[in-house]
Design a protein around this ligand. Structure first.
Ligand SMILES: NC(=O)c1ccc[n+]([C@@H]2O[C@H](COP(=O)([O-])OP(=O)(O)OC[C@H]3O[C@@H](n4cnc5c(N)ncnc54)[C@H](O)[C@@H]3O)[C@@H](O)[C@H]2O)c1
Length: 314
């Protein structure tokens, strides 16, 4: 059992990480700007307040830190680039600095598969006409085409720098498209569910053919628990789903669970910079091979249980 801090432990993904770590008998602390009832202890500290973070780490004898707090909404990043960089880049620097000073054993960072927008696709493996991208893919300085992605690339680079300059261990976890209870408004399954339950049409951006690999937040949180293993030290892992699901298929799954749903298709320019998954596949094999990660929740079960949860909690 270890003392573990989760930054952003009140949010959608952080709260599930807190729950999973507690189930594994760790003592879990949360710092966030908003409170929640999930952790063993909570304190309202801004991640950019490095001195207070360091004090908190030392006073509570924290051994591992999951750095999850960030501006997670890419649309908000598009409108507020400075706010994104302050929270996601300066915030990560502040957390890593505090962790290095407090001799933390390892920092586990929340990143995104959107960083593969910056991957060198010309020199990558190909299978069945798809470009296969994995943790070994080279990242080009042309960047990811989105302020949010740039903020996550910078956060990853900071982890690498803190390892080489201050010997602070890291594990970087690049998430696919997480879904599940406590998703914030705007995430696709929540938007579809809210509309369908209030007799409004499900609105699809584009023609519905865009493919996604959704990952249930419970499977995602299990991946975080496995990342504590020293085998994962100074490694990058993709926490990506197994199965391609088009947005139209997701809407159909919602319709299966909520009757009489209409679907509308619109063109939405604000989706610029999203990872284009049409001819690429992001491998999740390294996480499975190195750490024995498994995907246990199928999209069919996950959508049904999310809709049940949503009905009971709204
Ligand atoms: N949700 C997704 O689709 C997705 C996909 C890939 C990666 N991620 C990453 O996963 C992480 C969690 O995302 P989420 O969806 O749970 O977001 P969320 O908004 O639900 O949770 C983020 C939490 O961080 C806290 N926070 C933000 N700035 C802070 C600050 N300066 N000081 C203290 N607390 C602060 C917020 O109050 C919030 O509780 C983020 O790093 C995000 O970039 C999310």
């Amino acid at each position: 059992m270890s003392n573990i801090l989760v930054t952003g432990g009140s949010g959608f993904i952080g709260s599930h990480i807190v729950e999973t770590l507690k189930e594994a008998n760790h003592k879990v602390f949360n710092i966030d700007r908003t409170n929640s009832n999930f952790a063993d202890a909570y304190q309202d500290i801004d991640i950019n307040d490095s001195a207070n973070v360091e004090k908190f780490l030392k006073e509570n004898k924290i051994e591992y830190v999951y750095h999850i707090a960030a501006i997670a909404n890419a649309r908000r990043s598009l409108e507020n680039v400075q706010e994104t960089m302050i929270n996601n880049v300066a915030g990560t620097a502040s957390i890593l600095n505090a962790c290095a000073n407090a001799n933390i054993k390892k920092v586990i960072l929340a990143s995104t598969v959107w960083v593969y927008n910056a991957a060198d696709k010309n020199n990558s493996k190909k299978e069945n006409g798809n470009i296969i991208l994995d943790e070994e893919s080279n990242i080009l300085p042309t960047c990811g085409g989105h302020f949010y992605t740039t903020s996550k690339l910078c956060s990853e680079f900071l982890c690498q720098d803190f390892k080489s300059l201050k010997n602070l261990n890291f594990t970087i976890l690049r998430y696919g498209i997480p879904y599940g209870p406590r998703m914030w408004p705007g995430l696709v399954l929540r938007a579809f569910t809210e509309n369908a339950l209030s007799n409004k049409p499900i609105v699809i951006n584009g023609d519905g053919s865009a493919r996604r690999r959704f990952i249930n937040v419970k499977d995602l949180a299990q991946g975080h628990l496995l990342a504590l293993d020293s085998k994962a030290d100074n490694q990058i892992y993709n926490l990506e789903g197994d199965k391609d699901v088009t947005i139209k298929e997701l809407a159909d799954l919602v319709s299966l669970n909520i009757k009489d749903v209409k679907v509308e298709y619109i063109i939405d320019e604000t989706r610029a910079g999203e990872l284009k998954t049409d001819s690429i596949e992001i491998s999740n094999q390294k996480m499975k091979k190195d750490l024995g990660w498994e995907i246990n929740v199928s999209i069919e079960e996950g959508v049904k249980s999310y809709i049940d949860w949503f009905k009971n909690n709204n």
